[in-house]
Design a protein around this ligand. Structure first.
Ligand code: HEM
Ligand code: HEM
Length: 273
């Protein structure tokens, strides 16, 4: 689904958005208002109404997304149109304002809208590239399978370490007991743990001399390396999912703030009319 959003229905929504943007730009070029072009001319009001309507409709996507099974239009249509019309909005709203931006409540709306649109572009990048990145990272294994493999490795590690010297045993036990997957938001976003007890145990075993127990030392090492690889992939998986969540925490609040600013803008311009 994700990659087809941009080409969905043979670029139908790209064509709609382009048509809307081109017609708006043409009107803007042929219009010759008294004074500077601005939101208060007939064209300004028209483009303002289109921009306002588009913004309310774009925000409605949040409601539509959660009403599964309702409505005749599939979510893919909504998202494809959301992306293209959202980008067109940047141009139409700029033409509506006649490129007049300053330090005022109207420009606050413009900035909030632009942040929402730019965050939308970032989200679009995530949505297109993440399914592939997640699949590549998992190499055919689900998170549950990877966790089960880690649990199995931990069992082996504990058993082998019991036959080893105290220091190796302690480092290995720590690796099986104190290794964290996930953790705080920052840890999840980092995608790795620089103090990971498994890595520390691997370094310790690598640097130690097994002596008569060299065969066991090698067994420990291969399992620690395998566990490290699985941990690396699970942490990357958590990182990718977390980034997606964090992104929504930018896109949604900014779209709500932009809507509030839109209401203020419209009330202000009509109040001072
Ligand atoms: C996403 C939607 C919108 C954005 C981003 C936006 C943004 C702006 C900006 C930046 C200005 C320039 C303010 C200035 O001259 O300093 C402006 C002016 C104006 N806007 Fe909007 N606007 C939007 C929607 C609307 C809507 C829905 C209406 C009403 C139907 C509207 C009516 C006006 C009017 C009348 C002005 C001229 C105000 C003046 O010159 O004092 N706008 N808008
Ligand atoms: C002012 C303009 C925009 C507003 C108000 C807006 C608003 C929203 C809302 C409310 C959602 C639903 C999020 C949820 O509830 O999970 C959403 C999702 C999304 N938006 Fe926007 N958006 C805007 C512009 C854009 C643009 C320009 C793009 C891309 C170029 C974009 C890309 C996305 C994506 C990829 C999603 C996620 C869809 C999903 O989770 O299935 N948005 N947007």
């Amino acid at each position: 689904m994700h990659e087809s959003i941009l080409v969905y229905r043979k670029h139908r929504y790209l064509k709609w958005a382009l048509a809307l943007a081109v017609v708006s730009a043409l009107f803007y070029m042929i219009d010759s208002p008294l004074g500077q072009p601005n939101g208060g001319t007939w064209l300004g009001y028209t483009l303002g109404t289109i921009s306002g309507g588009l913004m309310v409709w774009l925000a409605w996507f949040g409601v539509r997304k959660r009403r599964y099974g309702l409505g005749n239009v599939p979510l893919e249509d909504w998202l494809s149109a959301h992306v293209y019309l959202g980008i067109a909005l940047a141009l139409i709203a700029t033409l509506h304002a006649g490129f007049q931006l300053g330090f005022n409540i109207h420009s606050a709306l413009y900035i909030l809208m632009m942040i929402t649109i730019i965050s939308g572009l970032v989200g679009l990048y995530f949505y297109i590239s993440y399914p592939r990145l997640l699949t590549e990272n998992r190499r055919g294994l689900s998170t549950e399978v990877m966790l089960a493999q880690i649990a199995e490795l931990d069992r082996d590690l504990r058993q082998i370490a019991m036959t080893m010297d105290d220091a190796t045993n302690a480092a290995t036990l720590k690796a099986t007991q104190d290794t964290i997957i996930g953790g705080s938001l920052m840890q999840q976003l980092r995608g790795h743990d620089e103090h990971c007890p498994t890595t520390q145990a691997r370094l310790f075993v690598e640097g130690s001399d097994g002596g008569p127990q060299d065969a066991q030392r090698r067994q420990l090492l291969t399992r620690l390396i395998r566990k490290e690889d699985l941990l690396k992939r699970i942490r990357r998986d958590v990182q990718l999912r977390c980034l997606l969540k964090v992104w929504l925490y930018v896109h949604i609040p900014f779209s709500i703030a932009a809507l509030a600013a839109l209401v203020t803008h419209v009330v202000t311009v009509f109040y001072y009319w």
